[in-house]
Design a protein around this ligand. Structure first.
Ligand code: WT7
Length: 626
């Protein structure tokens, strides 16, 4: 093999549940449905499916057609009949480390049932949408599983988003219920989640009730009839620990999750009970080789797809022990994560390149203070990992023993798509090859495959169970955004190249999506936040390379008459975006411009702005409007 290659050790191979990658890949290549049939059979179905895959109405694929199932039944209920009843399902630690909470599968079930009974008592029935806007506390897991249990569709909004983002998502989903916390803690500072909910609900008439989980000690206003403390509801007789699990059709919606695309409002990506369940179960089992003895820690937030699939559903479907930490990597000190790995004996640790780069800065002394010998596998997700960070992670954290699973996937794919398994030789910076049953291709503008080594657009050729089924309420946009440019193929929005060994190297987004510290944001969202400021006539947001964050947001702003450029105004506009959209969207820099470069048809030329911002040649500007 060419380049820098890390082969799996004999010890890793001996432990891996799946030893022969080639044979499994071969089986799935020849019999896609057979592969996914075998996987689905490992889970419990109320009624079996009649057909594994129905592709008669592309791109509206259906999986496990006719099957009856419920993901919560498989993530929680089914374990109660086994020794896992007494096994830890979830371990949680607070940001300040003052307390931890643990839940066996038995107690997790009681918590989920209690929450489910309360949600039902709020009038929520199968198919209703419930918005969940919380910090990283155990109740967010209960809320998601409880919705799924009764057939409600959860729509989790990341707790780092603010009013505009939350309001737009509640309004679009027409949720009747919001579940939130009074606040959350971030680096010791309070984030006023409830206040943000209150502001958002001024324009969301569909919401009838708000459940508030108490996490902090600060006072929050409660609106009579609408707002209810969760601990008060828990004291009611209906909130008991028993609740029947709804029988769902395999293709019934499980959740929607909003994600940013090229233009317009974020897209409500819809996933289903059956296919998503099989997809997350199978990928986690093979890629992270998860077993009963493992303590699996995915550092993401449940508000993103990574948290949905690999904090909540994947680990529980596999009967593993999931660890969830409320805080971030370096508060109060840069050894916080390493301390947790040691204290809780984490065996599989899945995080993001931005976090690794950030922690690298503090030096090896911090991790070296801790015994990290419980680790056996590492993982990376969210953006390309630079080889330098890969090697640091491998050597300093994994002590050269733990393979790194660099998993490429998306909100839309629901589960890993391009990823190694522990027995696959690794190359730092490459997610290696497509998962079983998947075939990827690198194509040019016209959809023709490019030669190995050349850059092009990454497309996927086969359907897979955890794929999104549509954009909720907008089938036409689902077709046009993903399936139209390259007919019959799924357009990922990423550029990539493939090397001579068939390994894929992701380069980055080719659309107007920015990945800031792995968080997916749209330029359109940032621009619409800016435009609500009276000084702003027009603006353009672009993503620029950033050493730690991967990309950072940079904005050009054209002012309205009567406003003068100043340092203060620039700072005010950054604040404005942070306040409206969320601190994660705060631009690194806001610069003023007399006139935005546009094509004659009025499209902002971001390419020109990107070059200009970095002091690079502006390239071909022949299409520029005078
Ligand atoms: C975009 C999807 C589902 C994972 C969390 C992000 C980028 C994701 C990798 C990786 C290189 C990656 C892509 C993709 N991305 N993982 N391992 N290597 N790039 O999900 O927020 O929907 O973002 O994240 O650009 O298109 P998301």
């Amino acid at each position: 093999m060419e380049g820098d290659v890390y082969y799996p050790s004999a010890e890793v191979i001996a432990q891996a549940v799946l030893k022969d990658w080639e044979a499994t890949a071969e089986f799935a290549r020849n019999d896609l449905q057979g592969f996914w049939q075998k996987e689905a059979e490992q889970l419990e179905w109320f009624e079996p499916w009649e057909q594994v895959l129905d592709d008669s109405n592309k791109p509206f694929y259906k999986w496990y057609v006719g099957g009856k199932v419920n993901i919560t039944h498989n993530a929680v209920d089914r374990h109660l009949k086994t020794y896992r009843k007494n096994k830890l399902a979830l371990i949680w630690e607070s940001e300040d480390g003052k307390f931890d909470r643990t839940f066996s599968y038995y107690s997790l079930n009681r918590e989920v049932c209690r929450m489910a009974n309360i949600i039902k008592a709020m009038g929520i029935v199968k198919g209703d949408r419930v918005t969940i806007y919380m910090g990283r506390v155990p109740e967010i897991v209960f809320a998601m599983l409880a919705c799924a249990k009764i057939g409600a569709i959860h729509s989790v909004v990341f707790g780092g988003f603010s009013v505009d983002a939350l309001q737009g998502r509640i309004a679009d989903s027409q949720s009747k219920l919001v579940i939130t916390c009074d606040g959350s803690l971030q680096n010791g500072k309070l984030v006023e989640l409830k206040r943000i909910v209150d502001d958002s609900l001024r324009h969301c008439p569909t919401v009838e009730n708000v459940i508030v989980v108490k996490r902090t000690a600060h006072e929050v206003p409660m609106e009579a009839m609408r707002d209810h403390w969760y601990h008060d509801l828990c004291a009611l007789p209906i909130a008991n620990g028993k609740c029947a699990t709804e029988v769902m059709d395999a293709e019934d919606p499980l959740f929607i999750l909003y994600t940013s695309g090229s233009t317009g409002i974020p897209k409500a990506i819809m996933h289903t009970h059956g296919g998503y369940m099989v997809g997350t179960y199978t990928t986690l089992k093979y890629v992270f080789d998860i077993s009963d003895e493992d303590r699996f820690w995915c550092t993401a937030d449940p508000g993103w797809i990574t948290g949905h699939s690999y904090i909540v559903y994947g680990p529980l479907l596999n009967g593993a022990t999931a660890f969830m930490f409320e805080g971030g990597p370096s508060y109060p000190y840069p050894n916080r994560w390493w301390q947790l790995i040691e204290r809780f004996g984490i065996s599989i640790f899945y995080t993001a390149p931005t976090a690794i780069r950030g922690l690298m800065r503090f030096g090896e002394a911090w991790p070296n203070k801790h015994d990290l010998s419980s680790l056996r596998l590492l993982g990376s997700v969210g953006e390309p990992i630079n080889p330098e960070a890969w090697k640091w992670f491998h050597q300093v954290i994994g002590k050269g023993r733990c393979p790194i699973m660099d998993t490429w996937w998306q909100t839309e794919t629901g589960a890993f798509i391009i990823t190694p398994t522990p027995v696959v030789p690794l190359k730092p910076g490459s997610g290696t090859r497509p998962f079983f049953g998947q075939e990827a291709e690198i194509v040019d503008e016209e959809g023709k495959p490019v030669a190995d080594g050349a850059e092009g657009f990454l497309v996927l050729k086969n359907p897979w169970p955890a794929m999104m089924r549509t954009i909720y309420g907008d089938d036409a946009r689902y077709v046009s955004a993903y399936w139209t440019k390259y007919p019959g193929k799924y357009m990922t929005g990423d550029s990539a190249r493939r090397d001579a060994d068939g390994y894929y190297w992701i380069i980055g987004r080719v659309d107007d999506v920015i990945k800031v510290s792995g968080h997916r944001l749209g330029t359109a969202e940032v621009e619409s936040a800016l435009i609500t400021h009276p000084a702003v006539a027009e603006s353009a947001a672009i993503g620029l390379p950033h050493e730690i964050k991967g990309q950072s947001i940079f904005c050009y702003v054209q002012l309205n008459p009567g406003y003068a450029t100043s340092e203060e105004l620039s700072e005010e506009l950054r604040q404005h975006v942070s306040h409206h959209l969320g601190p994660i969207a705060r631009p690194e820099e806001v610069r003023f411009i007399d006139k935005l470069p546009k094509t004659r048809s009025g499209k902002i030329m971001r390419r020109v702005l990107k070059a200009r911002a970095q002091g690079l040649p502006e390239g071909d500007v022949s299409t520029l409007d005078d």
